[in-house]
Design a protein around this ligand. Structure first.
Ligand SMILES: NC(=O)c1ccc[n+]([C@@H]2O[C@H](COP(=O)([O-])OP(=O)(O)OC[C@H]3O[C@@H](n4cnc5c(N)ncnc54)[C@H](OP(=O)(O)O)[C@@H]3O)[C@@H](O)[C@H]2O)c1
Length: 369
């Protein structure tokens, strides 16, 4: 177990590094500026390193965050060469890494490299980056367990909706056997607009204009975003190594939606529901009752967790957006254990994930439509 900091070090600044200075990274930075007294235990946070894809800023005395935001707005990049950020780690790794980059879906880089490196050093990691967790989450949490570091990734699924922390704290004992969810804001937006009479193509264009979807929006509409979230949820619930490619996806396109909407009939509409079970993860366009729990008219995420011993639990709330995601990142970071050692090699402590996942159970019951 990590030993507590010596009393004379207990109020020294906590060295924090941030990788990824896009919408979420900048939203976190603005929150740090608005809350300058943020502490872990008695230790005030000090951001000593900050990187985007082209450059970085380093300052052991604390980076001028307002200046960094201005620089990014003005030049689109941070001024120092990125190699300096890499070199800085060998000298003095941060104690907490906020990994907020957008990693490649296939290789999970650069996030995978940064997260692994931090955990190897015994540094805690909070990430919002789906690919490294969906692809290698199990391995990363084992690495964290070996070095006594913590790995938190609540915002990779559900944004600010604390579905992963809820499952970690309560899922094991109750034996979750199915989770059904609306997890993609773009699909939800398009479904809502089409339901209220907007042509499909116009609805997709609006989603792009509002910054809900990337251009092209196929990542969301073809179900890849949901597949990555489904893989993370499956890992989390069943300690699996399910790849995002193993998630069955029903793409959202104009013809399919028209067919599904006709079949749904009176008093029902169509929702894109992700279902996570021990034997499979599926994303399907399903008919749901108007006015029912899945009739979501805003950009909310909704989760229904069905357990064997404790009935169902529902969670709903803001599933995306820089401000909500930044709040989730900070919530993860502030929930980290309060006493940290200076070096924690091979401490052999369990990571922040579900330690004893429930075994596979039979399907039973149903989610109200
Ligand atoms: N936005 C949301 O609502 C939301 C919600 C939940 C999760 N997330 C996840 O959170 C992460 C950040 O989201 P975002 O919306 O902030 O994305 P974004 O605006 O695209 O920003 C991504 C950031 O990662 C940086 N980056 C890319 N490659 C890098 C590298 N090799 N080294 C260092 N930095 C690198 C980019 O650098 P440049 O600035 O130089 O391009 C950019 O600063 C993503 O993984 C996303 O999937 C986002």
């Amino acid at each position: 177990m990590p030993t507590p900091l010596a009393p004379e070090r207990a109020d020294l600044p906590l060295r924090v590094a941030i990788v990824g200075f896009g919408r979420v990274g900048q939203a976190v930075t603005r929150r740090l500026l608005a809350q300058p007294r943020l502490t872990t235990g008695a230790r005030p946070w000090r951001v000593v390193a900050l990187a985007d894809s082209h450059g970085c800023l380093l300052d052991p005395g604390g980076i001028d965050l307002a200046g960094a935001l201005r620089e990014k707005q003005r030049c689109g990049r941070l001024p120092r060469p990125l190699e300096e950020f890499e070199d800085g780690w060998s000298d003095e790794p941060p104690e907490l890494l906020l990994e907020l980059a957008r990693s490649a879906p296939d290789t999970a880089e650069p996030g995978l490299r940064w997260i692994s490196r931090a955990l190897e050093h015994g540094s805690d990691v909070v990430t919002s980056d789906k690919s490294p967790i969906a692809r290698r989450g199990r391995e990363l949490r084992r690495l964290a367990a070996r070095t006594g570091a913590e790995l938190r990734c609540s915002t990779t699924v559900g944004g600010f909706v604390p579905v992963l922390p809820a499952l970690r704290d309560g899922g094991g004992g109750a034996e979750v056997h199915r989770l059904t969810a609306i997890v993609n804001g773009t699909c939800q937006y398009v479904l809502n607009r089409v339901d209220s009479g907007t042509p499909f193509r116009v609805a997709v264009e609006e989603a792009c204009e509002r910054g809900l979807a990337e251009r092209p929006p196929s990542w969301d509409l073809l179900g890849f975003d949901s597949a990555f979230k489904g893989a993370i949820l499956h890992q989390w619930l069943f300690d699996s190594e399910l790849a995002p490619e193993a998630v069955r996806r029903e793409p959202l396109d104009e013809l399919r939606l028209a067919r599904r909407a006709r079949a749904a009939g009176e008093g029902r509409r169509v929702a894109a529901l992700l279902e996570v079970r021990p034997d499979a993860v599926e994303l399907r366009l399903r008919p749901v009752s108007r006015g029912g729990p899945w009739d979501v008219t805003g950009a909310e995420n909704v989760f229904c967790v069905e357990t064997r011993h404790a009935g169902s639990v529902w969670l709903r709330g803001t599933g995306a957006g820089p401000a909500a995601t930044a709040s989730g990142v900070l919530a993860d970071a502030l929930a980290l254990p309060r006493s940290r050692t200076e070096s924690r090699p091979n401490a052999g402590r369990a990571g922040g994930w579900l330690d004893s996942p429930p075994g596979p159970v039979e399907r039973s019951g149903g989610v109200p439509a």
